[in-house]
Design a protein. Structure first.
Length: 350
């Protein structure tokens, strides 16, 4: 037999690697999955948040109702320091079903006698470090309504809508309005319900003999219907000054409402903020030149009402009927707002 030739000897190769992933059928190793680090997760969440805010901003910008409320006319007051908002609460029952009218205790359209305003306020946001001011104009104030003689100030809304009301307020106060906002009965109640109610502390029982709304003394969360009854109430033993007590309660409630909306507990709670954003377009009407950023500025300016960071007052009047303004004190008040200075203490009327 022939012997086999010796096999060639090769140097030993490297030891097998056990830390490499197995090769695929093609001989290539599969790609590793990249792990998401904390930084990438935070960046993704930030992008999602920015897109959400942008989407909400655009939605509100194009969904909120507009009306041409501000207009130029002969003799219109010149622009002065600060920014002035005219804020009104419409008592129109339009669009409310019978069930909604009963739940909100509004009465029907015949009770309103046309669209008027239960609430008329001027919010002044200064350009300097002076406190913002929230000023109530009693609805029964007797003023000159352009083209209609002298009448209650809230009649201007039913006679000529928002444009005539703005012109009436500007001529009566000498203050030029820069922005306009209106909210109706149902919209107001829906906003309150959207955030789960607003906590209010009442000194005494409030039983309105006209609407039948009853509220107990003590701290409690008012739902939309109760809140509407509270800000409209003037026929109760708890409101002996009638409309003067009502406008004071309106400012008190707005302070609590704005503070609650601006709180982290609301803004960071999707079960509150989503219904709130959904209800806003149907609730609000602004001037055609107003935008969401203007509304945000108003909310930021008024968030200090509850803590005393905003001066709240009523136009000084001469009697409990709140029909006639005190000419001297009201002039001092309007002059101070025009100059962005503090309202004199003797002109503050609550």
């Amino acid at each position: 037999m022939r012997s086999e030739p010796p096999r060639p000897q090769y140097p030993p190769g490297p030891p097998p690697r056990h830390d490499l992933p197995p090769r695929g059928l093609s001989g290539e190793r599969p790609l590793r999955r990249r792990r998401w680090g904390v930084g990438r997760i935070l960046l993704t969440l930030l992008v999602v948040f920015v897109l959400f805010v942008a989407g909400v901003w655009i939605y509100l910008e194009f969904s909120i109702s507009r009306v041409s409320a501000l207009h130029d006319y002969s003799g219109r007051p010149a622009a002065a320091s600060g920014t002035n908002w005219l804020i009104v609460g419409s008592d129109s029952r339009a669009g409310l079903s019978t069930a909604q009218q009963d739940r909100l205790a509004t009465g029907d359209s015949s009770d309103a006698g046309g669209e008027r305003t239960d609430t008329i306020m001027i919010a002044h946001l200064p350009d300097n470090s002076t406190k913002p001011a929230l000023l109530s104009l009693p609805r029964d104030s007797q003023v000159k309504i352009p083209g209609h003689g002298t009448n209650k100030i809230n009649a201007a809304f039913s006679l000529g809508g928002a444009p005539l009301l703005v012109e009436t307020v500007e001529e009566a106060t000498g203050l030029r309005m820069d922005h306009f906002a209106k909210i109706g009965f149902a919209g107001f109640a829906n906003i309150v319900d959207a955030i789960g109610g607003v906590n209010m502390c009442l000194d005494k029982d409030m039983n309105d003999t006209e609407t039948g709304v009853q509220l107990k003394a003590g701290c409690q969360d008012l739902n939309g219907a109760q809140a509407l009854g509270f800000v409209r109430m003037r026929h109760s033993a708890a409101t002996p000054r009638s409309d003067l007590d009502r406008v004071a309660n309106q400012r008190k409630f707005i302070g609590a409402l704005v503070s609650q909306i601006a709180s982290p507990a609301t803004l960071l709670n999707p079960f509150d903020v989503i219904p709130l954003l959904s209800s806003a377009p149907a609730a609000l009407t602004m001037d055609t030149g107003d935008h969401v950023n203007n509304l945000v500025g108003l909310a930021l300016g008024l968030r200090g009402i509850s803590s005393g960071g905003v001066t709240t007052t009523t136009v000084p009047v001469t009697s409990g009927s709140a029909e006639n303004w005190d000419k001297t004190k009201s002039t001092e008040m309007f002059d101070a707002l025009r100059r962005d200075t503090d309202i004199p203490q003797n002109a503050i009327f609550n």
